[in-house]
Write a protein that binds this ligand. Structure first.
Ligand SMILES: [Zn+2]
Length: 194
């Protein structure tokens, strides 16, 4: 039995570091590991996964919204398929990954954000939560008060939380923060009152 696991967390929750560490350990144990990241993620150049502080990085193949993982794994021997930025997967791609682990082709480990800065699900995350056997939260602390963070928010230069804009705006890392329910609720309440 293979497994499908979705590691999810806010910004700065160490997703890339966790992924890189797992890939390194599996390869050391002579497992065949393939690593993918979303092709639209140009933060550190195409085809690399890099930790926030740039200390560790790993080569990755890229996927876009037309990429078939089912075609890719056909006739290949793979033990573990790792996918970073998995929130950008389309539902049909998650279905392919569901078939891949459920029918015993290989293990599928996905890493990504659960929700966007408006607290709506990304398409990929919503499908992963429904079809994958294990969901593992990667925790980080609120950038405002130090409690456990739960939400990603987009902020302006003065660190005011903003609620407008497109869902996908890659590369604007400095413009996002992870915050706790209390800090989000206080801001939302203030916005509703005024
Ligand atoms: Zn807080």
């Amino acid at each position: 039995m293979k497994e499908g696991v979705f590691w999810y967390g806010t910004m700065s929750s160490g997703k890339s570091l966790t992924l890189i560490t797992k890939v390194y350990n599996f390869r050391k144990a002579n497992k065949i590991v393939d690593v993918f990241t979303f092709s639209g993620d140009y933060r550190y150049g195409v085809g690399r996964i890099t930790t926030r502080f740039g200390k560790q990085s790993i080569e990755a193949k890229t996927y876009d919204e037309n990429f078939s993982f089912k075609e890719y794994v056909k006739d290949k021997k793979i033990d573990y398929l790792f996918i970073d930025e998995a929130q950008f997967l389309k539902t049909w791609q998650v279905m392919e990954l569901f078939f891949i682990y459920s029918l015993g082709i290989c293990n599928v480990y996905c890493f990504g954000l659960e929700t966007d800065f408006k607290q709506d699900f990304f398409e990929g995350s919503s499908a992963l939560i429904r079809y994958f056997t294990r969901k593992e939260e990667l925790e980080t602390i609120c950038s405002r008060c130090g409690k456990k963070a739960k939400f990603n928010v987009r902020v302006d230069k003065e660190r005011n939380i903003i609620f407008e804009g497109k869902q996908i705006e890659i590369g604007g890392d400095g413009a996002y923060e992870a915050i706790c329910p209390e800090c989000l609720a206080r801001t939302l309440q203030k916005n509703i009152k005024s």
